[in-house]
Design a protein around this ligand. Structure first.
Ligand code: ADP
Ligand code: 5GP
Length: 199
């Protein structure tokens, strides 16, 4: 009997290590697929269109909002970010677990629309580590780093609305915790009740 996939939402302040941890989870667990978001921010470093994001202009993004193509969207540090709806449901129906790397406003929209989604908030071991990691990444301008740090404070306040908090001290350890959460969520009665109801 094939099981439906899970929605796994991963949020956390910029620089927490979300991308790093998610890529480890993805390479360890082939049942997981990454939800590729659309964004109006320009590509960073080695990012490629259709891999990390679909890079679109504001006009295109606004037409996606109007036509109802997005499951959720938000504005973050001056740019739009949103989740194309169709690929998410196609993956779920194929039994894949869909991992989202999205900020807190979008996470709350998903929780409202899909109450079974598992919400994970990733943080580094201390707040000061965020600035170190953002600077060490060498991908953002000084003003963007400052805006991301400012936003981080209000994001921490939202962590209380999540189901799990993962501390990213070591990326592999954090990825193992995310995989453990996925395993446990797959055993929830909500997903497994068909095994008992048919008896
Ligand atoms: P996010 O996706 O949350 O913005 P990234 O995954 O881009 O964060 O990580 C930010 C920076 O921190 C990157 O340079 C990454 O290599 C580094 N990093 C990620 N996890 C750790 C960790 N556990 N310890 C030290 N540096 C880390
Ligand atoms: P970055 O520019 O560092 O890639 O992402 C900035 C923030 O946007 C991060 O918190 C990331 O999780 C979030 N983000 C990425 N894609 C989406 C999306 O589709 N929707 C929402 N709401 N946030 C997103």
């Amino acid at each position: 009997m094939s099981e439906q996939g899970l929605l796994i939402v991963v949020s956390g302040p910029s620089g927490a290590g979300k991308s790093t941890v998610i890529s480890k989870v993805m390479s360890d667990d082939p049942s997981c697929v990454f939800s590729i978001s659309a964004t109006t921010r320009p590509p960073r470093g080695t990012e490629q269109n259709g891999v990390e994001y679909f890079f679109v202009d504001r006009e295109r993004f606004e037409s996606m909002i109007k036509s109802g193509e997005l499951l959720e969207y938000a504005e973050y540090v001056g740019n739009y970010y949103g989740t194309p709806k169709a690929p998410v449901f196609e993956s779920l129906n194929r039994g894949k677990n869909v991992i989202f790397d999205i900020e807190v406003q979008g996470a709350m929209q998903i929780k409202q629309k899909c109450p079974n989604a598992a919400l994970i908030f990733i943080v580094p071991p201390s707040f000061s580590e965020i600035e170190k990691r953002l600077r060490g990444r060498h991908t953002d301008s000084e003003s963007k780093i400052l805006q991301r740090l400012e936003t981080a404070r209000s994001e921490y306040a939202q962590a209380i609305n999540y189901d799990y908090i993962v501390i990213n001290d070591d990326p592999q350890k954090a990825a193992n915790e995310v995989k453990a959460i996925i395993s446990a969520e797959k055993c929830r009665v909500e997903f497994r009740k068909k095994y008992v109801l048919e008896v």
